[in-house]
Every structure is written in structure tokens, then in C-alpha cells.
Design a binder for this molecule. Sequence first.
Ligand code: PLP
Length: 427
Amino acid sequence: MNHSENFFSQAQKVIPGGVNSPVRAFNGVGGTPVFIDRAEGAYIFDADGKQYIDYVGSWGPMILGHNHPAILSAVLKTAEKGLSFGAPTPLEIDLAELVCQLVPSIEMVRMVSSGTEATMSAIRLTRGYTKRDKIIKFEGCYHGHSDSLLVKAGSGALTLGQPSSPGVPADFAKHTLTCEYNNIESVKQTFEQYPDDIACVIIEPVAGNMNCIPPKAGFLQQLRELCDQYGALLIIDEVMTGFRVALGGAQQYYGVTPDLTTLGKVIGGGMPVGAFGGKKEIMQYIAPTGPVYQAGTLSGNPIAMAAGLACLTELKKAGNEQRLAEQTEKLALGLKALADKHGIPFVVNYVGGMFGIFFTDQPEVSSYQQVMKCDAEKFKQFFHKMLEQGVYLAPSAYEAGFMSLAHSDEDIERTLQAADKAFAEMK
Ligand code: PLP
């Protein structure tokens, strides 16, 4: 037994499934999860000291790479002054101003401690503001695990075959209407059915919780138009895509303006931070300026704010956005070329600093149905062959991969060599 196997059997006795978030348990790929000891730059090191090139990046936040000196020193310096006050601090203003500057549709922003809190609060706000109860989400999209949103969800819920969870009262779930991603007709029909009842449409602008599905040309714009036509608000959930698809998020990349945006992951630089923000008039509808209640003991935590601020300050330096996209493209095109060389039916999607691989002979993968037709067994084989060779991919066929600024050309080359061998063995 190696250390990870030992830890896993110990953990399973006191933590359900041995993990504090389901996909970490490797249910999607089988085998024992790797227990991590430390991380540096593009690498994580397991409890046995083995090094892996990491394309998970803590599920997105580690966009600068692990243990970045700017974030580390901001965290240490801030911690010396106290861990939490439950009272306002200037750091919160600094991060809020930077977020508003980077994402112009955000005029005001409220910090929370996770993406789940961000989307849950944003949904409540749209319901309070519009005085309507129903919401539209898309099958295969994941927006955290609050009751209204755990309906036909992606991510771990999809990996574990639990897209709609027991424990969500039917009386709540009935207000969540689900449409097909990249199918505007399905949204039109839903609005026609409930013209006066829909508070908001919430969408992942690039669906990263059913692997990586970019929006079809015009899809997000058409959503915006339908929302305007029916008096519903548009929430673009940029928890995953924010600062990653582009500095101004996927909304900047695709040129669509939401009413509200939700953020998480990168905004905290590795500390627990989420945020929701948007039009001033709507944001002022939350307490204490408005009637919709929302709060948090650790919201705006100084160490978390300092980490987020350091992360975004570093990320926005000239050339970084472009480099992240270029490295992602290099990896994506490299994988595709190798799969072709070995005659393995394969599709790769990528945008900005995220990518997704699919084992399939379909010409493209742009819908939930197409994702579900891909060969998850082949993915499992590939995953383990890469893991053996020191490449850590997301342990599920339904999760996006993440590039960081720490990934060098050499790291990508090593990844491609590993893939070459993996594909050769899979033929
Ligand atoms: N929204 C999106 C698009 C996400 O990808 C996630 C998490 O993966 C969430 C919301 C929930 O964020 P958290 O896990 O921080 O609660």
C-alpha cells in the first residue's frame, strides 16, 4: 500500500467517501485518489513524493500556478494583522474596484465565500427584484449545490449519476425550468409557456461542468434578447470562466452583457471567495440598501481578499492573458494531432485557459446529448495512463481542464509525450 491508499482507507472511516467534495473520490475514473502533500508552479506532489503536471489547478483557482510568491506573501502579510474581523476593511474596496474595472458590466459587487453562495444569492436577488419565482437553467450546467440549482446539474452530480438530487423538495425544483444548452428554441418555448413567471436565466457562458462546451455563435446574444423581451434577468455564471476565458470573462470574449455576474475560483487566488455583482440598481436591492437578505460571517475575509487581489493584479499584467490562451491552444492542438496519428477518434474543445477532451467519432461536441454519447470508458483508460506518467487530469469525463501561467513549453511537451504513449497503448 502506498501513502495515498493508506490515507484513503483512513479517510473513508471519518469522512463520507473519504473526501470533502465528491469528484475528488475518483468515482468517475475508478482507483484510489491521489492525496496531495504540496504544490509548486505547474506541479502537485503526492503523499509519496511523486510529481504530477497539474491540469486541475484546484478546479480552476490556481491560474498563476501553485504557491505563487505574490499570493503567498500577500496572505502571510495580511495574516499577521489578524485573521478575521467581521467588520469592513479597505482590502474589500480594493478587490471590489478591481473586479468592477476588469468586468465592466459589474457596477457593484458583493463578496461571499464560495461559488455556490454567489449563484444562490444572485438567484434570490433576481427573484426578489422581479417578483417572479421561476428560473431557467441548462441541462449539464452546474452552478453549485443550492436547492434551486441542483436540477439536471453537471460536474460531480453528473459524474456520480445524480444530476437531480434527493433532498431538494419537489416544491422548489418545480420552479427550476431546464433547457438545452446551445438550443435557443428550447429557451423560446419555455418563455412562451411561462411569459410572466421567469425571474432569470442562469448560464455557464462556456459550459465547463459537462467537460468544455463553448456557446454556438449568437447563442448568448439570443438569450440576452429573450430575457429583455420577457422582462427576465440574465445571470452569467463566470465562477469558472471569470478571468480565465478572458480577463473580462466569457462575457467580454463573446460580447454579451448580463444583468448579474457570479464569480468564484480565480477571484480568490486559492482562498475561499465568491462574488456576485452587476447593475447598481439591482445590486442595491440587497440588504442593507434593499429588502433581499444576504449575509456572511466570513464574507470579505481579509486574507481571502488579499489573495484575490494579488492574483488578479498579477494576472492582468501585460501578455498574461494571451500566454494563457496560447499555452492552452498548444496543448489542445498537440493532443488532437497525436490522437489523429494513432487513429483514435477524438475531439478537443478549448477557449482561453480552459479545454476539454472527448473520445468520440462525432465531428463536434457542442451539446449535452453529444457529451453523453462520448466514450467515458476510453477517457478512464487515458486518465490512468496519464496519471501513471505524472500528468494529473480532472478525474472525470465531465470536467474541463485548466491551464496555468506556470505551465512551460517543456511541461506541455512532456504532457504530449505522455499522451503519445497513452494513445499508442489504447489502440
Ligand atoms: N458555478 C460554476 C460555473 C462552477 O463551476 C462551480 C463550481 O465548480 C460553482 C458555481 C460552485 O462553486 P463552489 O464550488 O465554489 O461552490
